[in-house]
Each structure stands twice: as structure tokens, then as C-alpha cells.
Write a protein that binds this ligand. Structure first.
Ligand code: SF4
Length: 266
């Protein structure tokens, strides 16, 4: 791939990506009803990953941008007529891994379907990936793995918080809103100190519009076993929504003047 991908300089409809799966009608990954595209490829190795089958970039079903645009075009009314204004969300894996394809895909979604575009990411990846993808992105769902550097590395095992913070600054520079997604993992991300650090991180980012707490996805365990990889979190139980109410309340209180919705406990 060239330094920065500019879809206008190529036959972008013919560019191929490795697709893990698609979902035609999702409603939790961004505003309104959404088409969800999961791309293969992720170099982070999060302790609780529920999709280790997306890690390998070279597998998946090869699809062109044109094939996906046709598929989404047939369903367009489900998205544009939904409350909140729907659109397309790309997740993974880490979608920035296939940034050339992603840039062409998002460009085509806007040009041919005029739909809202959203990328769910860890906020990692190289600068040329950011420069290729962000010009065609309306919203990012940024998975903040932790807000304390050493603990961030303990969870992702290959990535650093500092890179994610730079990504948030890049969003701010481009005035792209983001939603914070934070997995509550007992013993790793749920102490008062952890949440205070998260509050501080979000306070430093004026483009954050929403904070979502997600229970640690215990179900991923079976996929690790199927792939023959040892699961590192054997004895940790998924928390109930009521058990993270104190976290949501603490964060709501911290942002009561900024009108940021906080979800996860209902
Ligand atoms: S960033 Fe997401 S896909 Fe990648 S290892 Fe972590 S949880 Fe899994």
C-alpha cells in the first residue's frame, strides 16, 4: 500500500478486503440501525478477546468494496429511517489493520450511499492508516483498554496507551467525535483508581460524546479453546450489570456538567 491511501486515485470499487463476517441489522455499535462489517487482522492480544478468530489478517472471505456496497445498498432504508440516524460500522479485529481497503470502503459508503460511517478501534495503528481512514469517518468507537499505561500493556500485551492517546488527539484535531468503550474486567480494570484514571483521560478529550461500560465477554473462552490457544482468564466471572452501577454512577457524577451519557448498568 502507498503511504496514504486516496480512494479517488484508484479503482476503489475493486479493492478487496478479508472479511470475517457481516451483520445486517445491529443497533449497539453507533447511532441507529447499522450494517456491521467485521474485518480480519489484529495485532493486540487482549486477555479477554472474544474474537481471536479475527486476529489473522490473511484469512477471512475476500470481498470487494463494490460487493459490499451492493449488499448494503439493498438495505439502505433500514438504516436511514432509523431513530438516531443509522449507517455503517466497521469493527474487527482491528479494522485499521486493513487500512487501504477500509479507506476505499468508507469512501464508497459516503459517496454511493450517503450513510453515516463509524469505525470501532483500539486507536492503535500507524499514522498512514489514520490519514487514510479518518477523512471518511464520522464517528469512532474507541476501546480504551485501560487508562493507566502499565495496566494497558498488561491487557493488550502488545500495545501502548501512549499511541491510543495520540489517536484521541488526532480525532480532536479533525473534530471527529468518539465514544469511549471500556471493558470491566474484575481485578484488572475495575478499581476506584482505574476508574479515576479513565475519568481523567476522558476529561482531556473534548470530542468524547459517550461512555459505555461493557461486561468482560466471558463467552470468548470457547473460541480460544477451539483455536488451541490457552485462555489466560480461566477463573474470572463476568459481572452483572448491577455490579458495575457504582462505576457508572461515579463517572456520571464526574461528567454531570458535560452532558455525556454513561451506559452499562441497565
Ligand atoms: S483489540 Fe479487539 S480484536 Fe484485537 S485482541 Fe483486543 S479485543 Fe481482540
Amino acid at each position: 500500500m502507498p503511504a496514504i491511501v486516496d480512494p479517488t486515485t484508484m479503482d476503489y470499487m475493486e479493492v478487496k478486503g478479508n472479511v470475517h463476517s457481516t451483520e445486517s441489522l445491529a443497533c449497539l455499535e453507533g447511532p441507529g440501525n447499522r450494517f456491521l462489517l467485521f474485518l480480519n487482522g489484529c495485532a493486540a492480544r487482549c486477555l479477554y478477546c472474544s474474537n481471536p478468530d479475527t486476529w489473522d489478517e490473511t484469512v477471512g472471505t475476500p470481498m470487494t468494496v463494490g460487493q459490499l456496497i451492493k449488499k448494503i445498498g439493498n438495505l439502505k432504508n433500514y438504516y436511514i429511517n432509523s431513530v438516531g440516524g443509522g449507517g455503517v460500522t466497521v469493527s474487527g479485529g482491528e479494522p485499521l489493520t486493513q487500512f487501504g481497503f477500509l479507506s476505499c470502503f468508507l469512501y464508497a459508503v459516503k459517496k454511493h450511499l450517503n450513510l453515516h460511517t463509524c469505525v470501532e478501534t483500539t486507536g492503535q495503528g500507524c499514522t498512514k492508516a489514520w490519514n487514510s481512514v479518518l477523512p471518511h469517518t464520522d464517528l469512532c468507537l474507541v476501546c480504551i483498554k485501560h487508562a493507566i499505561p502499565e495496566k494497558y500493556e498488561q491487557i493488550t500485551r502488545t500495545k501502548k496507551l501512549d499511541r491510543c492517546l495520540k489517536f484521541l488527539k488526532e480525532l480532536e484535531k479533525r473534530n471527529i467525535p468518539w465514544w469511549c468503550r471500556y471493558v470491566v474486567l474484575p481485578g484488572y480494570t475495575d478499581s476506584k483508581e482505574d476508574i479515576e484514571a479513565l475519568i481523567e483521560l476522558v476529561k482531556n478529550s473534548p470530542t468524547c460524546e459517550r461512555i459505555e461500560f461493557l461486561p468482560y465477554p466471558e463467552l470468548g473462552k470457547n473460541k480460544w479453546e477451539e483455536l488451541g490457544i490457552e485462555y489466560p482468564l480461566k477463573n474470572i466471572k463476568q459481572l452483572k450489570k448491577s455490579e458495575i452501577k457504582w462505576i457508572c454512577d461515579m463517572v456520571r457524577e464526574a461528567f454531570k456538567d458535560r452532558n455525556i451519557p454513561v451506559t452499562g448498568d441497565t
